[in-house]
Write a protein that binds this ligand. Sequence first.
Ligand SMILES: NC(=O)c1ccc[n+]([C@@H]2O[C@H](COP(=O)([O-])OP(=O)(O)OC[C@H]3O[C@@H](n4cnc5c(N)ncnc54)[C@H](O)[C@@H]3O)[C@@H](O)[C@H]2O)c1
Length: 328
Amino acid sequence: MSTAVGWGVAGCGWVARDHALPALLATPGARVVALHDRDPGATARMDVAGPAHADLGAFLATPGLDAVYVAVPNAAHREVVEAAAAAGKAVLCEKPLAADVADARAMATAAREAGVLLGTAYDQRWHPAHVRLRELVPELGTVTALRIVYCCWLPADWSPDGRPHDNWRVDRTRAGGGAAIDLAPHGLDLAGVLLGEDVVELRALLQRRVQNYPVDDGALLSGRTAGGVLVDLHVAFNTPDALPRRRLEVVGTRGMAVAVDTMGQTAGGCLTLHRPEPVDVPFADGSPFAAQFAAFTAAVAGHAPWPYDADRDLALHRLLLTTLGDAR
Ligand SMILES: NC(=O)c1ccc[n+]([C@@H]2O[C@H](COP(=O)([O-])OP(=O)(O)OC[C@H]3O[C@@H](n4cnc5c(N)ncnc54)[C@H](O)[C@@H]3O)[C@@H](O)[C@H]2O)c1
């Protein structure tokens, strides 16, 4: 490996272009060496020089390629992750791991057998407010509940930038479902990261109430961790973006922490600690994507371990998809 970790981006759509690439380009010790997308127009819109390949094999053969960020639609994750692992590349794969459980399991197996690092791109683990909130949890006493509202407006013709967009998110075959599979993985992951114990029991109610498509546009999920903390998620594609719609609360016997507008792709938001008087809690001003790529780059370079186990991410994915299957 040269001194800088060579990154390739597979899938050059919204999240790669607007959030991952700027973070990657600013990551010390990282350089972007290749792009892959089946649509040449997508790679052309990426603000970086370097080889762009529509062919996956040619992309993976790029000299100096050490790690691949996978941001193709959910059902296409498996093909890219398996090929990258077989080529010996570390892989940071976008959430949800896959559109179903079998694909996610195959991806974890492929990485294990190839001996490569596989991480899930749960950027919200890395939001500075959530990093700070994790430190505050012991001050809350016995934690009883974690409540999340993570909603947005996503109609059938949704586009991230006004350009005509292939809205695969509302196609069950390519997404694996609707609002619940798209948005709930972040909350389930965050619950485990913040509490230090994962949800092990989960129930769901799905809704199709506003949008004109055949997958859920809203969901309530209720879970319980092994230690007995109740976890409540409201996720939706049917909440106007102008309304308050991103909130995370951790409730304990001695206090409560509330994070507002911290869930998402960007920096910012606010964090308040109630014990019982409300006190604003400052936190660093950094992009969750930047922190995520810095950590994965350090892990690939061998400077620090990646702190999240792929088998744990797979177990949460299986729990969510099994539950959603029951709820359908
Ligand atoms: N972490 C987050 O906050 C976050 C935010 C948005 C999206 N995501 C995840 O990132 C992934 C991509 O989402 P997006 O919103 O950027 O989608 P998008 O539709 O904007 O981009 C997907 C890109 O993949 C390309 N593509 C499709 N199938 C392909 C294939 N088989 N091989 C190669 N290229 C292919 C498309 O041409 C497109 O450019 C999804 O898994 C999504 O869940 C995560």
